[in-house]
Design a protein around this ligand. Structure first.
Ligand code: BEZ
Length: 254
């Protein structure tokens, strides 16, 4: 993501870190614990967890997010790395991850789950929220319908995201050395503020790869059409709610 997108993430898409606060309550961080915030973005939640007195390490694959996180929170350690290959020198008490692990495609998920396990102490916990099965279906279908109607190849969402069911994710964790203590799938309609501009921000940060088969001179026209369609599908009482589905999990390394 570009530096501008790191800015959007902090301002227009701030609800991501706001919703993350619910997951921090599930993490229940304790003083002196070592906790990894995996997919930390610009570090707002990392900093919030650190208030508990735990030692935090923020990990994100985006150089601009890590740069911004270091500027905002110079006392916290931040590392640029992927979920599939990050390494810390001591084993962690917990790995926390909010709305990040769904960016790893299905074929790489097991590698990520194994790498997280290898960075945890025995008994250490993974507390994570990802997009669950059915997540943003109306957003994706709006983009697919618009791109196809314009005569271009749509990009399959499985080439971008992994939105697992409870059965898939719990099975993956159990197969890879975790005891699953909680796994919960639920709808969480998420308000997109600022009308069309909020949707433009969403698409520019999260959805731009779905337009990769559209020539650049046509992109803004097709994006605008897709946004109009998704706004029609997501409108309720003059407000707009993205059709987010969450999968929350607590799993311990055994
Ligand atoms: C999510 O948090 O579910 C999500 C956010 C952006 C793109 C896709 C999914």
């Amino acid at each position: 993501m570009s530096r501008w997108n790191a800015h959007l993430y902090d301002v227009s898409l701030k609800y991501i870190s706001d919703y993350g606060k619910e997951l921090v309550a599930l993490l229940n961080p304790k003083k002196d614990e070592l906790i990894v915030d995996l997919g930390c973005g610009t570090g707002s939640i990392t900093n919030e967890i650190a208030v508990s007195g735990a030692k935090l390490i923020g990990v994100d694959s985006s150089p601009s997010m890590i740069q911004r996180a270091k500027e905002k929170f110079p006392k916290i350690e931040f590392i640029e790395a992927n979920a599939t290959d990050f390494q810390i020198s001591q084993k962690a008490d917990a790995v926390f991850s909010n709305a990040a692990l769904h960016w790893i495609v299905a074929e790489q998920q097991e590698i990520a789950i194994q790498n997280i396990r290898d960075n945890l102490k025995v008994g250490g916990r993974l507390v994570a929220e990802v997009g669950g099965k059915g997540n943003i279906q109306k957003i994706i279908s709006s983009i697919d319908e618009t791109v196809s109607a314009a005569g271009f190849d749509k990009v399959s969402f499985e080439d971008v995201f992994y939105f697992p069911s409870i059965g898939e994710y719990a099975t993956l964790l159990e197969k890879n050395g975790y005891k699953v203590e909680m796994c919960h799938l639920f709808d969480r309609p998420t308000a997109i503020l600022n009308g069309i501009n909020g949707f433009k921000d969403w698409v520019s940060v999260f959805g731009i790869s779905f337009f990769q088969n559209v020539p650049s001179d046509k992109q803004s026209e097709i994006i605008d059409k897709a946004i109009k369609l998704m706004m029609n599908k997501l409108e309720k009482d003059d407000r707009y709610f993205a059709d987010y589905v969450r999968l929350r999990v607590i799993a311990r390394k055994i």
